[in-house]
Design a binder for this molecule. Structure first.
Ligand SMILES: Cc1cc2nc3c(=O)[nH]c(=O)nc-3n(C[C@H](O)[C@H](O)[C@H](O)COP(=O)(O)O)c2cc1C
Length: 168
């Protein structure tokens, strides 16, 4: 059984329990790295060709516009094939209620037939939002398992929770 984590995560300025802080590693990336450690999964980070602003307010503006125009922002590198994997973890921050648009760019390139998908999200209160509906479309043909939702401020404290979820 082999697995991969396909994820998006942004460092820079972000909100933690209502407070703005600058972080060097994004919250979702912390969980992705736990999964690598606990499940031996490969990691693939989806990175936009044009980086999002480090400034939080500017970033939420750019992200909102991309969502409203249903954009497919260019990504630095595209993963073309997941044939060798049985399980695909898909991780992302909740951005305006769903996945950041570069995840749409990436996931639309992949054939999910017969795969097991385990989604996880980090957020500031909205959990998965409507992302599970979007994931069902993006991962057509996959069996989508129960997702894991983690408040961004808690990511360093949930290794056991992640471990239990991997084994579910
Ligand atoms: C552009 C943008 C939009 C966001 N929209 C939401 C939202 O709608 N609901 C929510 O709970 N959190 C929202 N957040 C907070 C992030 O989901 C949260 O901080 C997450 O843990 C960030 O993960 P990352 O550090 O891996 O990028 C938003 C953050 C950004 C930057």
């Amino acid at each position: 059984m082999s697995s991969i984590v396909i994820y998006f995560s942004r460092s820079g300025e972000n909100y933690f329990g209502g407070e703005l802080k600058n972080i060097e590693k994004g919250n979702t990336e912390v969980i992705a790295e736990f999964i690598r450690e606990l499940d031996g999964a490969d990691l693939f980070k989806v990175e936009p060709a044009t980086e999002y602003p480090a400034d939080y307010m500017e970033c939420i503006d750019v992200a909102k516009k991309e969502q409203q125009s249903d954009a497919r922002p260019e990504i630095k590198e595209t993963l073309n094939d997941i044939a060798e994997y049985d399980t695909v973890y898909i991780g992302f921050p909740n951005w305006w209620g769903t996945l950041p648009m570069p995840m749409f760019t990436q996931l639309e390139q992949l054939d999910f037939n017969g795969k097991i998908v385990k989604p996880f999200v980090t957020h500031e209160g909205s959990g998965f939002g409507s992302s599970q509906k979007d994931l069902a479309k993006l991962c057509e043909g996959a069996e989508i398992k129960k997702g894991l939702s983690i408040p961004g401020a808690d990511v360093y404290d949930v290794k056991d929770t992640v471990d239990a979820w991997i084994l579910e």
